[in-house]
Ligand binder design. Structure first.
Ligand code: NDP
Length: 228
């Protein structure tokens, strides 16, 4: 579970632990949640990713489920978006997902089973003014997951995407009250998602019950992205 120490990632970690999985939560700080194993992992750095996997494999055994959830925003309009703001968001959100998926797939190919779940966003489908970098990274996750779904299917490894709408976490709390209200106003269900509502979708896609689902994009967005 990358980005597992807070927000959506922590909720996913708790949901998977509650069903009996042994869960490791990875973040730059390395802090754990609720007694779960915490490991230091910066998804921007392949060596850090490899070290984190080694630690998890040594402590808990081979990784059967990867939830690629780490993500950042650096919002601004196109003409004020620096190349660093664009490429750093792509590096964490998209290239970071490639790094962890590649490392996870190694072990899953040996096991001949596995679940890859990528946390994207509704804006990867709809676009979002002021978020060209973020939306591009989240759209890229869909191409990544669908390619891996095709590449890894012969070994019973599935790759799916969850696309949340606005969720009540630190990421959204960084917005102004007016920006949050504007986001909620566009959601047919008329509220933010709770982290557990996203975690339920991740838990399903990473379960045995989802064994015939691969390459899917599951919206958890209160209807915001309908039609996309
Ligand atoms: P938070 O900002 O609450 O948490 C982000 C997580 O990502 C933290 O655990 C953080 O850990 C981790 N992270 C960031 N950069 C790195 C890195 N380089 N290496 C490892 N971990 C990193 O965000 P949310 O819980 O809201 O978001 C989780 C995911 O859900 C993200 O991918 C986000 O884009 C997506 N999402 C969120 C929505 C929302 O409205 N909140 C809507 C749609 C999608 P630390 O900083 O401690 O290293």
């Amino acid at each position: 579970m990358t980005g597992g120490n807070r927000g959506i990632g922590a909720a996913c970690a708790r949901a998977l632990a509650a069903r009996g999985d042994q869960v490791a939560v990875a973040s730059r700080s390395g802090e754990g949640v609720d007694g779960l194993l915490g490991v230091t992992c910066d998804v921007n750095d392949a060596a850090s990713v490899d070290a984190a996997f080694r630690e998890v494999e040594a402590e808990l055994g081979p990784v059967e489920v990867l939830v690629s959830n780490a993500g950042v925003v650096r919002d601004t309009l196109l003409l004020t978006m620096s190349e660093d703001a664009f490429s750093s968001v792509i590096d964490t959100n998209l290239t970071g997902a490639y790094r962890v998926a590649k490392r996870a797939a190694k072990g899953m190919l040996r096991l001949r089973r596995g679940r890859l779940v990528f946390v994207s966003s509704v804006v990867g489908l709809t676009g979002s003014a002021g978020q060209a970098n973020y939306a591009a990274s989240k759209a890229g996750l869909i191409g990544l997951a669908r390619s891996l779904a095709r590449e890894l299917s012969s070994r019973a490894i599935t790759a799916n995407v969850v696309a949340p709408g606005p969720v009540d976490t630190d990421m959204l709390r960084a917005l102004t009250e007016a920006q949050r209200s504007a986001a909620v106003a566009q959601v047919p269900l008329g509220r933010l998602a709770h982290v557990d509502e996203v975690a339920a979708a991740v838990a399903f896609l990473s379960s045995e019950a989802a064994s015939y689902i691969t390459g899917a994009v599951l919206p958890v967005d209160g209807g915001l992205g309908m039609g996309h």
